[in-house]
Design a protein. Structure first.
Length: 133
């Protein structure tokens, strides 16, 4: 079952410049930076109460973030939802007609297993399911 909004992912061209913008906006520095080589990205996390913003910056030309920015420019990339059991949630959502980009969870940033629902079944919004590892 979906527990909460885990974070909102924002695709950015320049991580340092974007961090400066969000530091000014939020009045605090990013609490975590992480490279996810399998996705070709570097991430930066900001925490607001128990919610998070994740800045996503491509470090390779074949990164999904690089592809996103080339098509749509910078901006909101995905909404991540926290689940306790990602495999059960995949089964539940598939039984309701939702489609996934991949149904095999993989290690993402911030110590999470992740999968993405296909935006064509979520009103054009890329939705990520996150489970604490």
């Amino acid at each position: 079952m979906i527990k909460k909004i885990e974070h909102i992912g924002i695709a950015v061209k320049d991580l340092q410049k974007s961090e400066e913008i969000f530091e000014k906006l939020l009045g605090k520095k990013a609490y975590k930076h992480e490279e996810v080589k399998s996705e070709g990205i570097t991430t930066s996390f900001f925490k607001i109460a128990d919610q998070k913003l994740e800045l996503l910056n491509a470090i390779s030309s074949d990164s999904p973030i690089e592809k996103f920015i080339s098509k749509r420019n910078e901006g909101v990339h995905h909404i991540a939802l926290h689940v306790d059991n990602i495999k059960k949630e995949i089964e539940r959502l598939e039984s309701l007609g939702f489609e996934f980009i991949s149904t095999t969870p993989k290690k993402g940033a911030d110590n999470k297993n992740i999968v993405f629902l296909h935006p064509k079944t979520t009103n054009g919004v890329l939705v990520e399911l996150c489970e604490e590892i």
